[in-house]
Design a protein around this ligand. Structure first.
Ligand code: ATP
Ligand code: MG
Ligand code: FE
Length: 336
């Protein structure tokens, strides 16, 4: 089964050709980071316009690199939510046009199901498992019962993990996108330098809250400024990262143990974080849990993960009509 997948939910225009939900024949990612950098974040209107410019060349490149023609493709998959509505619409309109013109089936994919499915690309990782989804807009602890069968155990009550990284990075002057920059500079800092709060919420909850630690960082910086103390960016980055990672690791391990599942996966952009990978690795080893996470390129937004998710939808007979619309606030539970 050959699938062409399109992803345009945020600021990456990406097209992939995926064979049998496993072999990534191409995965072209055109990132708009440089364009949005000077604004300190993604500007939706600019993102939509850039997707329109990028989409056709990216499709051509994906087909050429895979050495595949549209006639060899079995289905056209596309992210239809969640994301920026204007950005989603560009990919969706393109996917519908190609599907209609080439008489191929259209398959709409939930972006987060894509992030989770990135774990099926490398190695031989299969459900059931506990998946910790940590991305720019989501922090969900998910029980993946089977392909396409999910149960949400908990989620963030305020900021997403990636959002917290990005906001803290901006506050300490690291710029956009903040996650990778905090990851890098934290390596030079002392993670025990500042005792930022860890929020576990009520006993036994699988929910998360990152607004407290974010505020604590902002307060700390303001206090330094008032006392005319030096702001040690590596120490702040390392201490902040440490407190976020600790909560994520502990809640994930707790879920795996309570559900008696010896398999854990990470998904989403923050899954690329080296400290999170390292600490989760240590914790899983201790509990004899198998840990899996995608290579960094499959953690952040890409179309390959959408093509992998679409393969399992395709073999389950899922097809969408031409009236499929973009749903900016599509919930995990709407799909699952
Ligand atoms: P969502 O998937 O929830 O709709 P998104 O698509 O914008 O949001 P992703 O592309 O999955 O998010 O991930 C981007 C996020 O990952 C950003 O917040 C970014 O800062 C963060 N991120 C990327 N690399 C790292 C890293 N090494 N350490 C920490 N955070 C990272
Ligand atoms: Mg992005
Ligand atoms: Fe994403």
């Amino acid at each position: 089964v050959m699938i062409m997948a399109i992803e345009s939910s945020c600021d990456e225009t990406s097209v992939a050709i995926v064979k049998n939900g496993k072999h990534i024949l191409s995965n072209i990612i055109s990132s708009q980071i440089d364009l949005h950098k000077k604004f300190g974040g993604v500007v939706p209107e600019i993102a939509s316009r850039k997707h329109i410019e990028n989409i056709d060349p990216v499709i051509t490149e994906a087909l050429e690199e895979a050495n595949v023609a549209i006639k060899d493709v079995d289905a056209i998959a596309v992210t239809y939510g969640p994301g920026l509505v204007g950005a989603l619409l560009v990919g969706l309109a393109e996917a519908k046009a190609i599907a209609f013109a080439s008489k191929k089936p259209l398959i709409g994919i939930h972006h987060i199901e894509g992030h989770i499915s990135a774990n099926y690309i490398e190695g031989d990782f299969k459900p059931p498992f506990i998946c910790m989804v940590v991305s720019g807009g989501h922090t969900h602890l998910v029980h993946v019962r089977d392909y396409g069968k999910y149960e949400i155990l908990g989620k963030t009550r305020d900021d997403a993990a990636g959002e917290a990284f990005d906001k803290v990075a901006r506050a300490i002057g690291l710029g956009y996108p903040g996650g990778p920059k905090i990851d890098k500079i934290a390596k030079q800092g002392n993670e025990d330098a500042i005792d930022f709060p860890r929020s576990y919420l009520d006993n036994g909850s699988y929910d998360f809250s990152f607004s407290g630690v974010k505020s604590a960082v902002l307060n700390y910086i303001n206090q330094c400024r008032m006392k005319e103390q030096e702001i040690n960016v590596p120490d702040i980055a390392a201490s902040f990262q440490n407190s976020v990672v600790e909560v994520i690791v502990n809640k994930t391990i707790k879920a795996a143990k309570e559900l008696k599942l010896n398999k854990v996966a990470l998904a989403g952009g923050v899954a690329a974080n080296s400290k999170l990978r390292e600490e989760m690795e240590i914790a899983c080893k201790k509990e004899k849990i198998t840990l899996h996470y995608p290579s960094p390129v499959y953690c952040t937004d890409n179309a390959a993960m959408i093509g992998v998710a679409a393969y399992y939808e395709y073999i389950n007979g899922v097809r969408h009509d031409m009236d499929l619309n973009a749903i900016p606030n599509l919930k995990l539970s709407d799909r699952f």
